[in-house]
Design a binder for this molecule. Structure first.
Ligand SMILES: NC(=O)C1=CN([C@@H]2O[C@H](COP(=O)(O)OP(=O)(O)OC[C@H]3O[C@@H](n4cnc5c(N)ncnc54)[C@H](OP(=O)(O)O)[C@@H]3O)[C@@H](O)[C@H]2O)C=CC1
Ligand SMILES: CC(=O)[C@@H](O)[C@H](O)COP(=O)(O)O
Ligand SMILES: [Mn+2]
Length: 383
């Protein structure tokens, strides 16, 4: 039996991960962490019997305890609870919480040599160097869950890194791919939550609509595959069938194709290096569906450029970009700012914060907090 901890178990990825585990019989769920959806978490606790559970705060702990009655499970709270779940003895930690709160549990998992099955891209964006160093020092590993990085991981499974010319990350282009710029001023929250191909949590769905998601993924790929930024490009592919590709020095391109279904990358990251049979629908290339590719439009989607520039700048810039984006997306979802303000908030915070090299996790968390403060001020002042 392999032991697995799932952080963000009540979210889109977490729920699919438990579904994947229900058809694999050699894994035991030892820890579950979530935020405030105690109803769903209580059902999961009854079904999977973890030894440790974590929730966002005391109120959620109390509500979960009431729902669980006499169930003998320890309930931890807050960031400490998340870290306790990641530190709890297990072979695999699936990090599927949303946002920079994924940093500390990622460090706790790789720091003890466990496999980190990584959906939470924000932790690598904000603290990639620290997490990769901790992983190498402890002899752990990261296997990506993010669909593009899972695709790249598969394309790169054999071969010499020196033969790689570039990584090509595909992007759906989001719901506004074909919208003229003038119309984008009218975008509503409902419009932006309508992703063309994937059903995901609200924050990542907005990131897909601004193309910030692809920018975060460029930075994620830089860290995961140790590839410089000038060897990573983005190609819009509206069908989300080709999940990414690698171009080699001789001009060959190797791509990974599958249906747009996160259960596959989740299962891959859990069972790697083995591939096991999967019961869900498969890709039918003879179905007549054509595949299209086009360049991203950095003018209509400035978040992608902001992220690529922040990645190249290095230091705390990617952490600042990520934190400001989290505040801006939350403000958009609460209808405090319009869609087109999201990149303005991020650009303004990046301009105001001098870039520095973070030497410790405290430096990263300090930059994250300051960027959030500045972003919140910008949102509150209305510009
Ligand atoms: N969804 C997808 O297909 C993909 C997602 N990802 C990445 O995976 C991560 C998760 O995405 P997704 O599943 O869509 O997001 P969701 O919003 O669906 O889920 C987020 C999870 O984080 C939990 N959470 C929120 N706040 C806290 C907190 N304070 N403490 C502990 N847990 C908390 C939520 O708990 P609760 O609901 O109980 O409050 C929930 O379980 C993101 O980083 C995203 O970018 C990457 C590729 C694809
Ligand atoms: C499923 C997944 O990995 C998401 O990150 C997805 O890629 C989002 O789609 P976009 O390509 O629209 O950002
Ligand atoms: Mn992705």
């Amino acid at each position: 039996m392999k032991r697995i901890a799932i952080l963000g178990s009540t979210g889109t990825i977490g729920v699919q991960a438990l579904e994947v585990l229900s058809h694999l019989d050699t894994y035991e769920v030892v820890a579950l962490a979530a935020g405030r959806n105690v109803e769903r978490l209580a059902e999961q606790v009854r079904a999977y019997r973890p030894r440790l559970v974590a929730v966002a705060d005391d109120e959620a702990r109390q509500a979960l305890r009431e729902r669980l009655g006499g169930e003998p499970v320890e309930i931890a709270v807050g960031d400490e609870g998340l870290v306790a779940c990641a530190a709890y003895p297990s072979d695999i930690v699936l990090n599927a919480v949303v946002g920079a709160r994924g940093i500390l549990p990622a460090l706790a998992a790789v720091g003890r040599g466990a496999r980190l099955a990584l959906a939470n891209k924000e932790c690598l964006v904000a603290a990639g160097d620290l997490i990769l160093r901790a992983m190498r020092d402890a002899g752990g590993e990261i296997v990506p869950v993010d669909s593009e990085h899972c695709a790249l991981h598969q394309c790169l499974r054999s071969g010499d890194p020196a033969e790689v010319l570039r990584l090509v990350l595909t992007a759906s282009g989001g719901p506004f791919r074909t919208w003229p710029k003038e119309r984008m001023a009218e975008i509503t929250v409902q419009d932006a939550l309508r992703h063309p191909n994937w059903s995901m949590g609200r924050k990542i769905t907005i990131d897909s609509a601004t193309l910030m998601n692809k920018g975060l993924e460029v930075i994620e790929a830089h860290h995961l595959f140790a590839v410089p930024y000038d060897k990573i490009s983005v190609l819009v592919h509206p069908e989300s069938i080709v999940h990414s590709m690698v171009e080699f020095v001789d001009g060959s391109m190797v791509a990974q194709l599958a249906t747009a279904d996160m259960r596959l990358p989740i299962q891959y990251a859990i069972t790697y290096p083995e591939r096991v049979a999967a019961p869900w629908p498969r890709l039918d290339l003879a179905s007549g569906r054509a595949l299209h590719f086009e360049e991203p439009d950095l003018d209509r989607f400035p978040c992608l450029r902001l992220a690529m520039d922040a990645g190249r700048a290095g230091g705390i810039a990617p952490c600042v970009l990520n934190a400001a984006n989290e505040v801006a997306v939350d403000a958009f979802l609460r209808e405090r700012i319009p869609f087109l303000r999201i990149p303005e908030v991020v650009a303004s915070v990046l301009e105001r914060m001098p870039n520095e090299t973070p030497h410790s996790v405290d430096d990263v968390l300090g930059a994250d907090a300051e960027a959030r403060r500045l972003a919140e001020l910008y949102v509150a002042k209305g510009g």
